[in-house]
Write a protein that binds this ligand. Structure first.
Ligand code: ZN
Length: 191
């Protein structure tokens, strides 16, 4: 997937890209665009990203007043819906929602900037999220975002994640293909 980080300089202290860039990428992409909204409020912009070609739209529960309604809005727009958990956000938000979502995104850094270090406590939350997914019996992606590198992706996979966001680790390396290959080897070794 293409992970697409949207920041608004309001919910998070940085500004990135919007629906026009998503729409520009879409014709060149053979994989789903995974839109991670770090914006507040979220509802107004969701139909714009759906029209721009998003396959998955994820949001932070703190960024909307009506979490259940926002999930319904994403589905009504024809996209899969994800819920994102900051390092200190409890998974309790899933108690009454896990039947409705398609993806859980665990933040292993505080959102706002690339290039931060992985917060180890995220591994505990990934394990807890995996248990909840198994108990639900549903097909839900468990994605991890922040500080994912070749040397920790195996531990992240062992904790239960199946989807990994990597930016700096790949684009800051000299050989993108070799880095991705190294990540895949670590994930395969963790199985
Ligand atoms: Zn992200």
């Amino acid at each position: 997937m293409i992970h697409f980080d949207v920041m608004d300089n309001h919910y998070v202290p940085n500004l990135t890209i919007g629906p026009l860039v998503c729409a520009a990428i879409k014709p060149h992409s053979t994989v789903p665009i995974d839109v991670h909204l770090m914006v507040k409020p979220v509802d107004r912009i969701i139909p714009d990203f759906a029209k721009a070609g998003a396959g998955i739209i994820s949001f932070h529960p703190e960024a909307t007043d009506h979490i259940d309604r926002t999930i319904s809005l994403i589905h009504d727009c024809g996209c899969r819906a994800g819920l994102v958990f900051n390092p200190a956000t409890p998974l309790a938000y899933l108690d009454y929602l896990i039947d409705k979502i398609d993806l859980i995104l665990i933040m292993s850094v505080n959102p706002g900037f690339g290039g931060q270090s992985f917060i180890p406590q995220a591994l505990i939350k990934i394990r807890d999220a995996r248990l909840r997914i198994v108990a639900s019996g549903r097909d839900i992606l468990l994605e991890v975002d922040g500080g994912v590198k070749v040397d920790n992706i195996g531990a992240i996979a062992r904790a239960g994640a199946d989807t990994f966001v990597a930016g700096s680790a790949i684009f800051g390396s000299g050989d993108y293909a070799a880095t991705i290959r190294g990540m895949r080897e670590q994930i395969a070794g963790a199985a």
